[in-house]
Ligand binder design. Structure first.
Ligand SMILES: NC(=O)C1=CN([C@@H]2O[C@H](COP(=O)(O)OP(=O)(O)OC[C@H]3O[C@@H](n4cnc5c(N)ncnc54)[C@H](OP(=O)(O)O)[C@@H]3O)[C@@H](O)[C@H]2O)C=CC1
Ligand SMILES: O=C1CO[C@H](CO)[C@@H](O)[C@@H]1O
Length: 323
């Protein structure tokens, strides 16, 4: 069954019938002292989907900010967390989930993801990835523990992150509960069309992390994207928002949303929080122009020198050892 391809609609629908807002809030490197303002502002202007992770070390601050606000009840929020590479042993996985729920003060998680498809030894989560820190955990054993979290009502849905087609092909036939999401790096310099299609054809909603290319220049400064922005703004901006101008970030977000991909841009700036949530609609020609960009850039690769992990990003080269 294909995952619903929403063409810029507000929600994507999981294979289990649950819904997720197609624009969520990223929280990696959101600073503890600004999170109260960020979460309050985000909820006020309409964000409902918050992307968190144990690895980001700010779940307690996010939980405090959510608990302190009176804007949105828990039932209307969509909270994601992820189990990191050093907690994939089944007993540690459950413990990590419980810690996230406790810190986020949210009773249950709407979505829980395996953060990466390989394991590190317990306690090595923030160390540089080397052969020595890798742990021999079978990802299917971790997944069975994820399934139990659903059975026990601790999480509503489960999914994966940074999984390739090759890994999913091995994994899907073995799942009692299939992953509803694969969260991967996606932006105009790393479109991964084949992976997106494979996931959508197999009923997996795709979420784009780093959808702005980190916002630090290269993707948002791309001449094709800026050509679209300048032309639109000369013509009066966005027909969808009625606003006088559109921005490169809005173009990058709409490009992903219009191929049915959920995005989770991070911002701690009120103006950019609003900008990122303000949807525009690209024409077919604009989408084609962005698809024609040939520059390629992978921003997140935490293990460039570890030979036994080359398969994570180059599945055709080696078989994956963890399933
Ligand atoms: N599963 C995984 O392995 C990964 C998941 N993630 C998740 O994805 C989220 C988003 O990815 P992230 O890596 O943070 O990168 P993004 O592409 O979301 O970029 C965030 C950066 O862009 C800036 N920014 C935000 N909005 C704009 C805008 N409209 N114009 C210009 N700059 C802007 C932000 O600065 P400012 O705050 O000042 O606005 C911040 O520095 C993460 O926060 C995390 O939740 C990220 C990496 C890996
Ligand atoms: O979620 C994440 C945030 O970014 C990190 C890299 O800088 C990733 O390793 C991690 O998966």
């Amino acid at each position: 069954m294909a995952a619903s391809n929403n063409n810029n609609s507000k929600y994507a629908t999981f294979s289990n019938g649950r819904k997720i807002d197609t624009i969520g809030l990223g929280t990696y490197r959101a600073k503890p002292d600004e999170l109260k303002m960020v979460i309050e502002t985000a909820l006020k202007i309409g964000y409902r989907h918050i992307d968190c992770a144990r690895f980001y070390m700010n779940e307690k601050d996010i939980g405090d900010a959510i608990a302190d606000q009176q804007i949105v009840p828990r039932s209307e929020l969509f909270i994601t967390s992820k189990v990191y590479r050093d907690s994939l042993r089944p007993d540690l996985l459950r413990e990590s989930c419980l810690k996230s729920i406790k810190d986020l003060q949210c009773e249950y998680l709407d979505l829980y993801l395996i953060h990466w498809p390989f394991a590190q030894k317990p306690g090595t989560g923030h160390e540089k990835v080397t052969e020595e820190v890798l742990d021999n955990v079978q990802i299917m054993d971790s997944w069975k523990e994820m399934e139990k979290l659903v059975d026990d009502g601790l999480v509503k849905s489960i999914g994966v992150s940074n999984f390739t087609i090759q890994i999913l092909e091995k994994m899907l036939p073995q799942c009692r509960i299939k992953p509803v999401v694969n969260q991967v790096e996606l932006h105009p310099y790393l479109p991964q069309h084949e992976l997106v299609k494979y996931c959508q054809d197999n009923g997996i909603v795709v979420t784009a992390y780093t959808p702005l290319g980190k916002g630090d220049g290269s993707v948002l400064n791309n001449p094709v994207i800026n050509g679209i922005v300048e032309k639109r703004n000369r013509q009066g901006g966005s027909s969808t928002t009625g606003s006088s101008s559109i921005t490169p970030a809005q173009v990058a977000i709409a490009w992903n949303n219009q191929r049915g991909v959920v995005v989770i841009p991070k911002s701690s700036n009120p103006k950019r929080l609003q900008e990122n949530l303000t949807r525009i609609t690209l024409t077919e020609d604009e989408v084609a122009q962005i698809n024609g960009i040939t520059t390629r850039l992978r921003i997140i690769n935490p293990f460039p020198d570890v030979a036994s992990l080359k398969w994570v990003f180059s599945p055709e080269e080696q078989s994956c050892p963890f399933i």
